[in-house]
Design a protein around this ligand. Structure first.
Ligand SMILES: C[S@@+](CC[C@H](N)C(=O)[O-])C[C@H]1O[C@@H](n2cnc3c(N)ncnc32)[C@H](O)[C@@H]1O
Ligand code: SF4
Length: 407
């Protein structure tokens, strides 16, 4: 659903993009030593009913910001959403549907940890309204699973994928990581072969990164050399390609028609409501010509207490013109699909002239290509994505306007 006001032709107008709903469920059985997500080891009983009530109050508070809009996708992320019973997921979806219209073909994803998947559980999630699963496998190698502090072994990882098929949820993603402590290229390739043998509709392949404030950052494990990591990525990409999985984003591969609509909406600079502890939202108002970001208090205890009240809002900020251009590029350049000047203008409300010089410089550097007015990140641009994105930082973009031949 795109909303455009009546405006004279040629005028650049901020257009309201599709709307997604993100729900954050912040608990895990144990905290993995590499993870910097807002996730917390569960101590004692899961406050399931109270948290569901808090989510509904939170949603009620945000509702006026999205009046009249339709939800195209829903994503239960975490944390480990599969710690929540199917009845709770059904209740959240029921309450959300009572408040907001859902698209007839709405995509509803739930993240699941293989260590939490009891027999029959996925079928119950499906009955609750889940249409897609994202299963955090990471590896099938017991040595690596242990080094990563995972709560599951190889058998549970395989079982989770089989359960997904058995439940009629063939539209599932497997998360795999590579560049793991002590991993060699053969092991990374073997992980990918095992993943592909389970016939996921979608595969996310992440290089392990050492995130500040995690145990892995403080006491870094021995990681493979850069050349080995590069080879892992190349060989796994070839395996994916040979099995009919096309790369559509820097870390995401899929069989035809199975792209994650929710994530694609983020990467196209779409809108989303962020409900739950620490959840972030981004909302466009065409008639006010504003884009705002708002986020909720991060700690689950504070969230349980304050959700749905002003104290439950962690912060709210308007995205300035310079930031709009950077944030659009930060997201959009991750996708393999090309974009046109009009896509930039409708999503940001800014003239394409703001980024044209920087794009041209990136093209000269071999990081972008342009055909028939459609801009696309090159393979070299994917390799140096951080550098490419940094060119659009407000200060860097301003400098490039001053020196159009640099770069
Ligand atoms: C928020 S987690 C949710 C999945 C679920 N909680 C699980 O771990 O089973 C999403 C994914 O991010 C990836 N991830 C988390 N930390 C990472 C890191 N430091 N480096 C690379 N990938 C990471 C993992 O593949 C993980 O499955
Ligand atoms: S289970 Fe997932 S969200 Fe929880 S700590 Fe591990 S990687 Fe992070």
């Amino acid at each position: 659903m795109r909303i455009r006001l009546n405006v004279p032709p040629g005028l650049i107008v901020l257009t309201v993009p599709p709307l997604s709903l993100y729900l954050h469920l912040p608990w895990c059985v144990r905290k993995c030593p590499y993870c910097d997500f807002n996730s917390h080891a569960l101590k004692g009983e899961l406050p399931e009913a109270d948290y569901v009530t808090a989510l509904v109050c939170d949603l009620d508070q945000d509702l006026p910001r999205v009046a009249g809009r339709r939800v195209e996708s829903v994503f239960f992320g975490g944390g480990t959403p599969s710690l929540f019973r199917p009845e709770s997921i059904a209740r959240i979806l029921g309450e959300a549907r009572r408040r907001l219209p859902f698209a007839a073909d709405v995509e509803v994803t739930l993240e699941a940890n293989p260590g939490t998947v009891e027999r029959g559980r996925f079928a119950e999630y499906r009955a609750a309204g889940i249409t897609r699963l994202s299963i955090g496998v990471q590896s099938f190698n017991p040595r690596h699973l242990e080094a990563l502090g995972r709560i599951h072994g190889t058998a549970e990882a395989v079982h989770a994928a089989e359960e997904a098929h058995a439940a009629g949820l063939a539209n599932f993603n497997l998360d795999l990581m590579y560049g793991l402590p002590g991993q060699d290229v053969w092991e990374a390739r073997t992980d990918m072969e095992r993943a592909l043998s389970l016939a996921p509709a979608h595969l996310s392949h992440y290089q392990l990164t050492l995130e500040p404030n995690t145990p892995f950052y403080i006491h870094p494990p021995r990681l493979p050399h850069d050349e080995q990591v590069w080879q892992m990525q190349q060989e796994c990409q070839t395996l994916l390609h040979n099995c009919g999985y096309a790369q559509y984003e820097i870390s995401a591969y899929t069989r035809a028609g199975r792209q994650c609509r929710h994530n694609v909406n983020y990467w196209r600079f779409g809108d989303y409501l962020g409900i739950g502890a620490g959840a972030h939202g981004k909302l466009t108002s065409a008639n006010r010509d504003t884009i705002v970001r708002l986020w909720k208090v991060r700690h689950p205890a504070a969230y349980l207490q304050d959700a749905g009240t002003p104290a439950g809002i962690g912060g709210i900020t308007e995205v300035t013109a310079g930031d709009r251009a950077f944030e659009f590029m930060l997201n959009r350049l991750r996708l393999m699909q090309a974009f046109a000047a009009a896509d930039f203008e409708s999503a940001t409300g800014l003239s394409f002239s703001r980024v044209r010089a920087t794009l041209e410089q990136a093209r000269t550097a071999g990081l972008m290509e342009m055909t028939d007015g459609q801009w696309r990140t090159t393979p070299r641009g994917q390799t140096y994505l951080n550098d490419l994105q940094a060119r659009f930082l407000p200060e860097a973009a301003a400098a490039s306007l001053d020196t159009p031949d640099a770069g």
